[in-house]
Each structure stands twice: as C-alpha cells, then as structure tokens.
Write a protein that binds this ligand. Structure first.
Ligand SMILES: [Zn+2]
Length: 477
C-alpha cells in the first residue's frame, strides 16, 4: 500500500482498514486508527505504521478518541458496553418499560446512546426494544400454551392490541397463527398492503438456470436448511399473501415450520422499515428513487451460508457468469433433493475440496481458494455463521472482514442480505454507482469516497436505498 492510498483511506475514516495500518501524526505526537474522526492532518505530517508498537517506538502516544491500542488487542470498551446493553434488552425485554429505559440503562446520554446504537446496531433504542419483544414473544408462543395476554406481558408489550399490531406487521401472521406453526400442514404469511410483488418475483426469477430455486408464474420453490434438515419449500404468492409448504416429496423434521417462517420473513423483508425509507426519500426531495415501488424490500437469502457463498462467487464478475459458477458448484458438491432441486453444499462438503477441483467449473484459482478457505473456517467452527445475525453490526463486520477473500463489498452485501442490517452500502457495487449516477444526474459513476458521501444522506436506511438504486435503471416489471 502506498502512502497516498493509506492517506486517502484515513481521510475517508474508513473502518475497513482498521488493524491493517495505524496513522501517526507528527505535529500532535498521536497515533490513530484509520477510522478516527479526529481532525485530519496534512499528508506530509502523517506517517503510517504496521502496529501500535511501531508507532510508540517512534515516540507517539495513542489517541484518546479512537483508542488504537484497545482495537489492536481486540478490546473495545464502548462497543462492549453497548453489546452488553443489547444482550440485557434481548434477554429480558419486559424489564424495559420503553425506549427511555433502554437509554437510562446504557449509562450514556440520550444523544450518545442513539448514536452508538445506530452505529453499532443500525437501530434506534425503540427499534431494538420492539425487535427484542417480538423475538421473546415468538419464543413464548412456541414454548407453551399460556394465554396471549400473558405472552404479551411476558415479552414486555404494554397492551394486547399493541402486541397484536406489531407482531402481525413483522411476522405476517397473528400471534395465534404463529403458535399454529407447531401443527402440520402449510402456513400463510400476509404481505403488507401494496407490497411490490412483481419486483419480488422478478428478483426471485433472475436466474432461470438455477438448481437451488425455481420460479414458475407465482409459484416459487427453493431449497432451504430447516433446522439442520435439507429440504425444499414451495411459496405460492397472491397479492395478499404467500402460502408456504414443503415441496412434494420433501422430508423435514417436525419443527420445520418455525424455521421456514423465519426464512419467509427474511426473504420478504417484513422486518425492514420500507415506509420509513420512503418518508426519508421524500423528505430529501428524492421521491423519484421510490416512485412506483414504495414498499420495496431487500430480499433476504435463504441462509447465511447461501449469502456467504454468493458474495464470494459474485465478486468482480457479471451476474450471468456468477449464476453459472454457482450452479456448477451446487450440482457438483450439493445433494439432490426429491423433486429435483439441489440443496446447497454444506460447509463440510466444500471444506473437503481443493482449489484445483473447482478449475473445471471455471473458477479462478483465487475465487476457489477464497471459497474453500471460508468454508473451512465455517466447518472448523472458527466462523460461526449462526452467531452473526445476533452480533452488533460492528462485530459482524470485523469478523467477516477478517475472512480472507471478503472485502468491504462482500461483507456489506452479506450483512444486508443475510444478516438483516439496515444501514449497509456494498461499496464498489456497479449497480449502486450507476444508480447514484442516474439519481443525482452525475456526469460519471461516483468513486468509492463519493459513493460513501452520497449514500450518507440515506442513513439509517442505506440497505433499502441500495435495493432501490439496483432498480432505478431498470424498467418496471
Ligand atoms: Zn484517533
């Protein structure tokens, strides 16, 4: 890395470079993380170091704003205290009467607490508490048959009607119907009013050659891991709802429905604040970004592993070729399910491959190594995919950036589509840059720093902004 390159990352306060180098400022005698928001010195007064030790050896001391030493030894006290807070909220949401109680418990002032939760969880205290209540309600509903009023109180809802309203909006079904997921047979997920179904179907059908999913009219089948059982799900869409069933001949464990429901909610993006994003776009005078597709959601992947494989396969190549590569991987390393679809290869199966095995399937040596390397981390338990969605965005991002082959694009793509984080930008994505060019009528596509700057106006909804930017240059479906 050249001085100029590191300096530009430092000017951009790019957290993706934290740990890769440290920045020393000769005029102040202080060293920082690249992400530090302290005032930026001129290039000639900056030196770069590979470690904190090197910076100290040069006579510099650590910055008191960004705490580079804490970062270097893996400690981050502010982040840890926010993570502890969120753990408490999720562990017992009924202890918190409202969002103000969350702020009080944080020990930070309201402004700082909002800032920290937005930065580290892409959420407000109220969002976070509501999510925790809904998650607790799901657990209580499946755990026994206590009356709904007790479930509502146990999860911390102030009334039965507010429980009902919020639960239904984020789950596409009533609490009673959710409890019904323990009985056999198909189930139904309601779509929000004016859900842009045609956009969903176009995206689900974008790879007609896929062997893990298949769209035919309003019927969609996809392979999925249901609590450890590889199976295929069938979704039948209408304007109002999606009916979800196991595909013909597919087997699954008795508890398949809650797992399938979670996949459906993620795929349909029911937890995303589409209305909030539309309001923001209009307030910014950018109603044209959402026109004709106001309820658009970012479509979730069936599993985190699916997102991980796709984010590596899709790097630096066009969509049709990425689809070919994925198909070859699945046909050769996945298993065929009754009904003809393939289950995604398991991490263990991929971990047994060698890079040369992927050569005949047209994988570059590098892509093959990245894919197998990531699969080996998962198979060995070093990278725990199941733990990622509950982590703070900051920790999930750091964890993923430490995986060889995952750069800022892949990590943000994965965080948006597989982990449900609301404020991500897949930097360097050509769909995003050409969307921004069209939206802001720019002469050319913005570079990484300009993309970051332009996208900042959409915070805390940058994942949904990305979903809309991907559509802006396409005719309506
Ligand atoms: Zn600093």
């Amino acid at each position: 890395m050249t001085h100029a390159h590191m300096y530009s990352r430092f000017l951009a306060s790019d957290p993706a470079w934290n740990g890769r180098f440290f920045t020393g400022v000769l005029t102040t005698g202080i060293y920082c993380l690249p992400s530090c928001h302290a005032r930026k010195p001129r290039s000639e007064n900056v030196r770069f170091f590979a470690s904190c030790d090197e910076a100290r050896a040069a006579g510099l001391r650590p910055c008191r704003k960004c705490h580079p030493d804490d970062f270097a030894r893996g400690a981050d006290p502010v982040l840890e205290s926010i993570e502890t807070l969120v753990g408490e909220v999720r562990g017992n949401p009924a202890r918190f009467g409202d969002a103000r109680a969350v702020v009080r418990r944080s020990g930070f002032g309201p402004t700082r607490c909002f800032e920290l939760l937005r930065q580290h969880y892409h959420a407000t205290p109220a969002d976070l508490l509501l999510r925790a209540r809904i998650e607790a309600a799901r657990r209580l509903l499946l755990a026994g048959d206590s009356p709904l009023i007790e479930v509502a109180a146990g999860a911390g809802f102030e009334s039965l009607s507010s429980f009902h309203e919020h639960f239904r909006a984020q789950n596409g079904m009533t609490p009673a119907a959710y409890r019904g997921l323990l009985s056999p047979g198909p189930f139904t997920v309601d779509l929000p009013p004016r859900y842009p179904l045609a956009h969903l179907l176009r995206t689900l059908g974008r790879d007609p050659q896929s062997v893990t999913e298949r769209l035919s009219g309003t019927s969609y089948e996809a392979s999925a891991d249901l609590d450890g059982f590889p199976a295929a799900l069938r979704f039948e869409f209408s304007k109002e709802c999606a009916t979800v069933a196991l595909s013909d001949g597919a087997g699954a464990g008795p508890g398949w429905k809650p797992a399938a429901h979670r996949i459906a909610v993620g795929m349909l993006g029911l937890e995303q604040d589409a209305a909030g994003f539309s309001r923001l776009a209009r307030r910014l005078g950018l109603a044209r970004l959402v026109a004709g597709r106001e309820g658009l959601r970012l479509i979730g992947t069936p599993s985190v592993l699916d997102g991980l494989l796709w984010s590596i396969i899709g790097q630096q190549i066009n969509l049709p070729f990425a689809c070919v590569l994925k198909r070859r991987l699945v046909e050769n390393a996945g298993t065929r399910l009754p009904g003809g679809l393939f289950a995604l290869p398991t991490a263990a199966a991929l971990a047994r491959l060698e890079a040369k095995d992927l050569r005949p399937w047209q994988y570059s040596r590098q892509k093959a190594e990245y894919l197998i390397g990531a699969a080996r981390l998962v198979a060995a338990g070093t990278l725990d995919l199941a733990a990622l969605p509950a982590m703070s965005a900051t920790r999930a991002e750091r964890t993923l950036l430490s995986v060889r082959g995952l750069g800022p694009w892949s990590v943000n793509y994965l965080m948006m589509r597989s982990l449900g984080f609301a404020d991500c930008v897949p930097l360097g994505d050509t769909g995003v840059t050409s969307g921004l060019k069209a939206l802001f009528r720019l002469e050319e596509r913005p570079d990484v720093d300009a993309t970051r700057r332009l996208m900042s106006v959409f915070s805390p909804h940058r994942s949904l902004a990305t979903a809309h930017l991907w559509q802006i240059n396409r005719p309506p479906p």
